[in-house]
Design a protein around this ligand. Structure first.
Ligand code: N01
Length: 485
């Protein structure tokens, strides 16, 4: 028997919030989305740096329920992905459910299966369940380098790119060598007077061109949607089952092949042996998130591009000084220094049963039950929660699998089967113990690098098994591992 007033709050109108909303709408369950910004799109709204593109193929990086024949490239530019999410939200009638510019400051469990939500706009209220769809890479990290605030030029984090900024004729410094920096550098090298890349650790790079889709190909996708479905399934297999399996120790041949391809890319495309040496990582391929680019090596070899691998000493008003005493004079500094993937819903405050604070509980380590729920926080669910497969599968597939599972629990709540549902502490501990053991076999741990996958305890927090296991684990809730009331 459905409860007449049952209502769900979704926090965040990025990809996972939109997909959650589409599912709730399909099920006829009322919901509201709280979004702190004034537009949907999450990370694809926030990031606007030159060269921004997805490193997951376009025909996989889309919702399973919303194929798109119009992608311009094999790997979509960021602006196109943002437009896609906006279109899906509009076409599926999601926009009218979004409370824009309304940041959730607190969610408090008040008993009787109810949560009280407070927002900056004062438009919160009571809800029976919450889905936290707050994204993974939204809290920018600036490096703690001495003198950072003394720089007299323009400086900003890569995710805060000013779309009106012109870099023409400027001397630009980029700190970092992750996916972001390796996309920015080739995109600006033609415009700037010079670009210096401050590298602390080199990266393995797979040479993958990003071709345009010919009009005939798009037309074929439009007229025969089955072709898009086949491609989606094929890419899902290659990416989630082959590539991801290689990272977690279940496809050693695949890992060796990836390593060979990256080394070949370096050897064939970086011509000066000294530069090649400086660009050669000392850790195993796949340890850090693999970079796909056919543009980075050509760009870093351009005359006005400089690789600076002497450690940074400090930032001064006119530039960056390195340990060899050299001052690299700059007009602009771009911090491509990544994100804090453990911020989750924060800075909001979440208070569960008996006043227990999730912020406190997750101070050192964020632990959840199968990436989607936490004991003592009834009816509170995560999409992209702790131990989500962050370094391996396509995030949209990950989110959809988690949403399917969460929907099953929400359906039971909405049907009145129970008023409250939360995982048991025993099941949560058992899951986390299993993760801790399994993660030691993954290349993220054995590969000899550090990365943003490590938490404060120095432990990698990702999904240490195959995509098959992820799907199987989240196929159906095992109700014996939950407490219900
Ligand atoms: O950040 P990162 P990102 N001094 O954390 C360096 C996704 N993404 O924004 O390796 C000097 O990877 C740091 O050095 P080190 C994707 O999942 C996706 O590039 O720690 N350097 C590193 O080189 C990706 O993995 C797309 O030694 C400092 C860099 O900063 C994730 O976002 C596109 C430093 C940070 O690299 C994050 O990528 C872009 C310091 N004090 C991003 N501090 C897609 O295509 C940090 N660094 C979908």
């Amino acid at each position: 028997m459905e409860q007449a007033s049952f209502k769900v709050a979704i926090i965040g109108a990025g990809a996972s919030g939109i997909a959650t909303a589409v599912n709730l709408k399909r099920m006829g369950i009322p919901f509201v989305i709280f979004e702190r910004a004034d537009d949907v799109g999450g990370t694809w709204r926030d990031n606007a740096y030159p060269g921004l593109a997805c490193d997951v193929p376009s025909h996989l990086y889309r919702f399973s329920f919303a194929p798109n024949a119009e992608w311009s490239h094999e790997y979509s530019p960021g602006g196109e992905i943002h437009a896609y999410f906006r279109d899906v939200a509009k076409q599926r009638g999601i926009m009218e459910h979004v409370r824009f510019s309304s940041e959730v400051t607190e969610a408090r469990f008040i008993g009787e299966g109810q949560w009280q939500i407070s927002t900056t706009k004062g438009d919160g209220g009571l809800f029976n369940a919450i889905v936290l769809a707050t994204g993974i890479l939204h809290k920018a990290v600036l490096p703690s380098i001495e003198g950072r605030d003394s720089f007299a030029g323009t400086a900003f984090h890569s995710s805060r790119w000013d779309r009106d900024l012109s870099l023409a004729g400027k001397r630009v410094g980029i700190i970092g060598t992750g996916s972001t920096a390796t996309q920015i550098l080739p995109a600006i090298v033609d415009d700037v007077a010079s670009v210096s890349l401050f590298q602390r650790t080199p990266q393995w790079i797979l040479n993958v061109p990003n071709n345009r889709f010919a009009e005939e190909k798009k037309q074929a996708f439009r007229t025969e949607p089955g072709k898009m479905a086949d491609l989606y399934n094929h890419l899902n297999f290659v990416f989630n089952e082959r590539f991801a399996a290689a990272l977690v120790g279940e496809n050693d041949e695949g890992l060796a092949e990836m390593a060979r391809m990256c080394r070949e890319n370096l050897e064939q495309n970086v011509h000066d042996p000294e530069l090649r040496d400086r660009l050669t990582p000392s850790y195993q391929t796949g340890c850090k998130r693999l970079i796909v680019s056919d543009k980075f090596y050509p760009a870093i070899q351009r005359e006005n591009a400089h690789l600076v691998d002497t450690p940074i000493t400090r930032i001064e008003p006119t530039g960056i000084r390195t340990e060899d005493g050299v001052l690299h004079e700059l007009d602009v500094i771009v911090y491509a220094t990544g994100f804090d993937p453990f911020a989750f819903f924060r800075p909001a405050v979440i208070i569960g049963r008996d006043g227990v604070s999730l912020n406190e509980r997750w101070r050192e380590s964020c632990q959840a039950y199968r990436s989607v729920a936490v004991p003592e926080f009834p009816n509170l669910f995560f999409v992209g929660g702790p131990n989500s497969p962050i370094g391996n599968f396509s995030y949209l597939r990950t989110a959809e699998v988690q949403i399917g599972y969460v929907m099953e629990l929400i359906r039971r709540l909405a049907d009145g089967n129970y008023r409250e549902v939360e995982p048991t502490q025993e099941a949560t501990d058992a899951f986390n113990a299993e993760v801790e053991q399994a993660i030691t076999r993954t290349v993220w741990v054995t590969g000899g690098c550090t990365s943003w996958y490590f938490d404060k305890r120095g432990k990698v927090v990702s999904w240490p098994w195959s995509y098959g296991r992820f799907k199987a684990d989240l196929e159906q809730p095992r109700m014996e591992e939950f407490k219900v009331a």
